[in-house]
Design a protein around this ligand. Structure first.
Ligand code: ATP
Length: 236
């Protein structure tokens, strides 16, 4: 579904992503793990068109997308849940959700997706008339995921979904991610700080160090890899 081939991404003169190649197959959850500053967020931004690579190619369902504008990439079926949620704090929950469906015109489909989201996150339905900024951190993460789902993505990009959340909420969020993948048939590529839980729900994973992919393997094998355990799983 997503085929990233040897991309190189820069911020000015800073060479951040170095010959990064990643594949995500339809139906999978794939996790990218790595230390702070390794280039994980930049990888997501290269896919979504916010930090386009200077060289290399990115194919989505066979179409090269590395030179497309972000709105075009969304309309092809990729939506991103940014790090730190970034919901619109002064808009209501409902208005935040409407923003996710901004590029769509199929009213019936939008209504269907809204019903699905309210079923998935009853708390979001309950809070629909409240300003987004008044929600708890966990609820804001749920809203950010919901807003991305409102674009009816084929591929969802999730940046650090557990950032700053309590362990019990993190568990709920990962359960929901798994549910969205299996029930809603959404393919997921996620960047994770909480690598333990992320690898438990995902099929495969990549390890990134200093802008390069150093390991690519099944999640099970990554979980039992000594080097990965010591560096990213708290030595568990
Ligand atoms: P974290 O887990 O801390 O978010 P990350 O793996 O997602 O880290 P990136 O945010 O992709 O890492 O950053 C990769 C490198 O690019 C870092 O050295 C960072 O300082 C640098 N960087 C990120 N954004 C910019 C920017 N807008 N301008 C210049 N350098 C940047």
């Amino acid at each position: 579904m997503l085929n990233i081939k040897k991309i190189n991404t820069y911020y000015g003169n800073i060479h951040v992503l170095k010959d990064v190649s990643i594949e995500v197959n339809e139906g999978e959850i794939v996790t990218l793990i790595g230390a702070n500053g390794a280039g994980k967020t930049t990888t997501l931004m290269s896919i979504s068109g916010l930090a386009p690579p200077r060289s290399g190619e990115i194919f989505f369902l066979g179409t090269p997308i590395q030179d497309l504008a972000p709105n075009k990439i969304v309309s092809l079926g990729i939506s991103q849940v940014p790090e730190g949620r970034r919901i619109f704090p002064y808009l209501t929950v409902m208005e935040n959700l409407d923003m996710g469906a901004f590029l769509r015109k199929d009213r019936d489909g939008i209504k269907e997706d809204l019903d699905y989201i309210f079923d998935l996150f009853p708390i979001i339905a309950e809070r629909r008339n409240q300003a987004g900024g008044t929600l708890s951190g966990g609820e804001q993460q749920m809203l950010a995921i919901s807003r991305a789902l409102m674009a009816r993505p084929r591929l969802m990009l999730l940046d650090e979904p557990s950032m700053g959340l309590a362990p019990i909420i993190i568990k709920q969020i990962f359960d929901i991610i798994k549910k969205i993948n299996t029930e809603n048939k959404t393919t997921i590529f996620l960047v994770a700080q909480n690598a333990n839980l992320a690898l438990k729900v995902s099929h495969r994973g990549y390890v990134m160090e200093n802008g390069r992919i150093t390991i690519a393997d099944s999640s099970n094998r990554l979980i039992s890899n000594k080097q990965v355990q010591e560096a990213y799983l708290g030595g568990v």
